[in-house]
Design a protein around this ligand. Sequence first.
Ligand SMILES: C[S@@+](CC[C@H](N)C(=O)[O-])C[C@H]1O[C@@H](n2cnc3c(N)ncnc32)[C@H](O)[C@@H]1O
Ligand code: SF4
Length: 376
Amino acid sequence: MPAGSTASGRTIRHLYFHIPFCPKLCPYCCFYVETGARNKNTDFIEALLADVRRAGEDYDLRPRTIYFGGGTPSALLEDQLAMLLGGLREILDCSELVEFSLEANPATVRPSKARLLREHGVSRVSLGVQSWDDALLKTLGRVHTAAAAEKTYETLREAGIPAVNLDLMFSVPGQTEAQWHATLEKTIALQSDHISTYCLTYEEDTEYFRKLTGGTFVQDIELDARLFEYTMERLGDAGFSQYEISNHARPGCESQHNKAYWLGSDYLGFGPSAFSTVGLKRWENIRNTAEYTSRVLGGKSAAEFREELTPAQRAGETAAFRIRMSEGIPLPELAPWKDEIERFVSIGLVEHVDQSVRLTTRGKLLADSVAEIFIA
Ligand SMILES: C[S@@+](CC[C@H](N)C(=O)[O-])C[C@H]1O[C@@H](n2cnc3c(N)ncnc32)[C@H](O)[C@@H]1O
Ligand code: SF4
């Protein structure tokens, strides 16, 4: 529908879908997920499609990027995926779509599913490998081995998925520097298009957090810093550009969807726990799959929490994400934080490059402290 004939008169270019099903809950994970056999019914798929149709009355939905995250979107059954992806193509104007991403757990992708994803236009799969070391995969509570992850990577390539990202985690309890170096080497050898390297975060209300506060796990900040510095150097030498602190891409393979978030574009989220941000409006859907489904199918809104941001808050949030990007932030946009930025320049955490400001290598290690100044 043209923007002018929708209730808001706005065009939305970025859509996120939260698929909450996982084979098993990983002990470090804080995303809204459900385990068990709930992915077997189609009500949830119908609800997602109905939610998109309803959003189409309020907004002109002409996505440049679509992102299926979770949870584990690849845990959906093939029939469900076909119904969902086929249904979206019927509802949405996809003529300007440049990227269609989907997150996958290695235990959940067979060749027929990979082919189905490709046939339905998925252009980028993000595979949760985490480590190529079986002992560490066990520590992480993963349901797959390293060999299974490699096989899934090959399956995705054979199906012709144009871009594959591999997710890795470092600073995992018990992980040595040698283990992390070996995981990076193996990943480089596989020649993926993109590599995400996440430092393990101890999220509240997880088993890992309880083990940290209970003293079973101990954090070693100096080791974390060494692993992070090595990652930047090694992936840079291997031809990847670190376009964001945790994200490394071959030329032209950056995630367009994530870049849109970091640059502060509007987006709509569908599914339980998904956030949407349009202008100064932000809302989050209810964190319960059954409730999300029955509300949407009953014609009601799934939003559980809403807030109206001030222009300063929205600008601050965007700056906090954007400072993590290698392109930095144009100087005029940093006017509200001029004094703090000059202080960070004087202690070597940020630097001026042309007309922008970006983190130095040391600043990348302390990015959270720098980003704090933007959040009121
Ligand atoms: C939502 S998960 C999607 C992938 C899929 N569910 C899987 O785990 O294979 C996205 C990625 O976030 C990362 N991640 C999840 N929890 C994390 C944590 N507590 N600390 C650091 N990275 C985390 C993992 O690398 C994971 O692959
Ligand atoms: S890390 Fe991935 S597979 Fe594990 S519980 Fe979280 S979303 Fe599910």
